[in-house]
Design a binder for this molecule. Sequence first.
Ligand code: XMP
Length: 508
Amino acid sequence: MQQKIIILDFGSQTTQLIARRVRELNIYCEILPYNKFPENPGQEVIGVILSGSPFSVYDAAAFSLDLSMIPEHLPILGICYGAQFMAYKNGGSVEPAPSREYGRAHLSEINGNDPLFNDINVGAQVWMSHGDTITALPDGFTPIASTEKVKIAAYRNENRRAWGVQFHPEVYHSQCGMALLRNFTVGICGATCDWSAASFIDTTIDALRKQLQNDKVVLGLSGGVDSSVAAVLLNKAIGHNLTCIFVDHGMLRKNEFTDVLRDYEGLGLNVIGVDASAEFFEALKGVTDPERKRKIIGKGFIDTFDREAHKLKDIKWLAQGTIYPDCIESLSITGTVIKSHHNVGGLPEKMNLKLCEPLRLLFKDEVRAVGRQLGMPEHLISRHPFPGPGLAVRILGDITPEKVSILQEADHIFIQSLRNSGLYDTVWQAGAILLPVQSVGVMGDERTYERAIALRAVTSTDAMTADWAHLPYDFLAKVSNDIINHVKGVNRVCYDISSKPPATIEWE
Ligand code: XMP
């Protein structure tokens, strides 16, 4: 039986981070919308965490939950709004704080006997982010920690095993955060910490064999880590009943199609490589609008995949490398679920096959851990993200085979240089962009009037925000020289120093 912590999401931006931290403790957890606590949670559920929220508990529209839905025997930890909510619902007072408190604070008093604060000492740094404060606790609730500004920074409900913390243990800046989450999950809930890449692989392979039996499955490979790991996992479970299709839309990186295809074959995958680049170039001819490019490529991919899949016999299942952040139901401010499921590019609707998503419970770094555990080569595991439409959204303006080939050469020099200098793994993502401008230059004694390339490299943890990577000047100087000297048709190289927001990672 796989133990599980349930995290009820009241709409906080850090809900996923809570799940990340619990998983880092090797404990399996799932995020559910605040109003979807299961009627019969089952024995595998060992504890519940209530997240923060953009609301105040006294707002008319605030997300609410009947706390009696949570069985008495399950310990609860409320974080920020979660803490205020439990106090408020039990008759306590929550009011706007005299001054909103954001950022660093230090615990000035702790009840050392409380299991939640085991091994956490006065002075520990915590991270606050709240406009409200608990001004009075209900009967039976006792404060167990304070900061200089916040009297009730943590409390315990003596009537049942429930705790509340005003600060955010899940954010990195709460230095005692992991200790507190460990105290709750392990010390209080009794988690055994046996969720790991290896245990995931064993249980998933068993489950896939039961689910798929002797059925035939088709999977679309993109060269990215998620679909690759999904394929290797499925291959281990059902062997050659899995057929993978890898479509070349012509907008991949230099040599990517052949290199990645070779990698896949080396992994023992039953893979069909389809070179559909000519069709994609034809469909994209003269198209300059970024969204139209995306739509054309998305549709072209689905059509090509569908056509190839129909050449196979008796396929019952479509497998996808969907991962957890794609599946978490996100809440709108009205509390309605705005994304209950994310399907890549609409393939499942088109194909009318049963859907199999073996990685749907994993975060990205867990997918990588599973890939490593499966013995996949590191260069496949630690690849930078690459957009589905590929270089098409890095060529500003219309797309021609000539432009793709110029960009492939420039991009190749940049990426190889990052690898050779040991910088590749220090950035989240990097690539070259072909600009729709020409500028004057001089080469030898000749005037040139040629294209400009922009280089983009960013640091990020989730692609939601990003900063430009502060690559060394001498590195950039060498890459610029190499591109201008080796890529015919380019006489100028720029480096993009915009962060996201307000810019985005891709230029289109
Ligand atoms: P932006 O440009 O929005 O990119 O800052 C965030 C992340 O998403 C990737 N990206 C895409 N991935 N199809 C994809 O599969 C797309 O159309 C697409 N557009 C952007 C981008 O490379 C970055 O990792």
